[in-house]
Design a protein around this ligand. Structure first.
Ligand SMILES: C[S@@+](CC[C@H](N)C(=O)[O-])C[C@H]1O[C@@H](n2cnc3c(N)ncnc32)[C@H](O)[C@@H]1O
Length: 301
């Protein structure tokens, strides 16, 4: 009689199993979550789905399809980099989402996460009459996420998007092309308004650097992968905001608005500029630290 040997083959990988293993690995390490997720599970899902090219709304059964060994190895390699180098996943998979839109990101630009997304989706109601908005300026455009989202939210408007970083503008250019908006978005290398002449806008929106020197020293390793130029703003975090407040009045149309994210800086902004009537925006989906000023209050300042 021929003896039969049972050969034990390893269980095949599936996306579901990969998510579980990557989540376990993330949970076992002291990672910082601040780039779109806030827990190891969501972080693992983002990594596995992006690495395998799975759509976030895929049918449940797709998660149980077998994943080849090479693809699984790629996932584990990315997970290892996330843990060992503390690299944010968006940089590992070169993809981040903003206003439901995908953007290429790498270490030349900040990873999009601004609560301004919600204001853009609401077309800055009730502060702007959206149908009358014809010119928008995005200051510190980085990946161009705000410029692209604004161009899509205000289809009649032209958008100028400036950044002081030539490297960031290369990334921005790719994203503007990707979204087919090269006709309506002009990318300009400029230190705030320096290269804009006397152009005026209905909406000026900015997510400038606003991290204080002390916060910079205490940044979690994940944030050290982001360009310091996108974060650091002097001892009180207001170096760029101060200049924006001084210079924006000249570039707003009479009914225009200035909207600026300052993160944790709300208290120091209120304290430093007590005469300005800041409106601090509320966000249904989380986030804070965004002020709005109407042109007329800036003209008075
Ligand atoms: C916090 S990041 C915002 C990027 C992008 N708008 C976003 O929301 O993801 C700030 C950006 O401002 C740019 N920046 C810093 N100082 C600037 C200046 N003086 N003039 C123009 N851009 C500046 C940085 O290069 C960086 O891309």
């Amino acid at each position: 009689m021929i003896k039969r040997f049972s050969v034990i083959t390893p269980k095949p990988y599936t996306a579901r199993r990969l998510v579980e293993e990557v989540e376990r690995s993330f949970a076992a390490h002291d990672l910082h979550y601040g780039h779109g997720t806030d827990n190891p599970r969501d972080e693992a899902v983002y990594l596995v789905f992006c690495a395998l090219g799975i759509a976030f709304d895929c049918p449940e059964q797709d998660l149980d399809a077998e994943v080849g060994r090479e693809a699984a190895a790629r996932v584990f390699d990315l997970a290892r980099k996330r843990v060992e180098d503390r690299t944010p996943i968006a940089y590992l998979v070169n993809q981040a989402w903003f206003c439901g839109l995908p953007f290429h990101v790498d270490e030349r630009v900040l990873i999009p996460r601004s609560p301004l997304a919600e204001s853009i989706e609401n077309r800055f109601a009730p502060w702007l009459d959206a149908d009358r908005v014809s010119s928008i300026l995005d200051i510190g455009t980085g990946s161009a996420c705000i410029a692209v989202a604004c161009a899509l939210a205000f289809p009649e408007a032209r958008v100028d998007a400036v950044d002081i970083s030539a490297e960031a503008l290369v990334v921005a250019h790719g994203n503007v092309e990707r979204h087919g908006l090269a006709e309506r978005i002009r990318l300009i290398k400029s230190d705030l308004y320096e290269n804009l002449g006397d152009r005026k806008y209905d909406l000026i929106v900015a997510n400038p650097p606003y991290v204080t020197a002390r916060e910079m020293r205490e940044l979690p390793p994940e944030h050290r992968h982001e360009p310091a130029l996108a974060l650091a703003a002097g001892s009180d975090g207001l170096d760029v905001v101060r200049r924006l407040l001084a210079e924006s009045g000249r570039h707003l149309r009479p009914d225009g608005i200035l909207v600026v994210e300052v993160g944790n800086g709300r208290e120091s902004v209120d304290k430093t500029f007590p005469s300005l009537p800041f409106v601090w925006l509320d966000f249904e989906y989380g986030g804070e630290g965004v002020f709005l000023l109407e042109a007329r209050s800036l003209k008075m300042s």
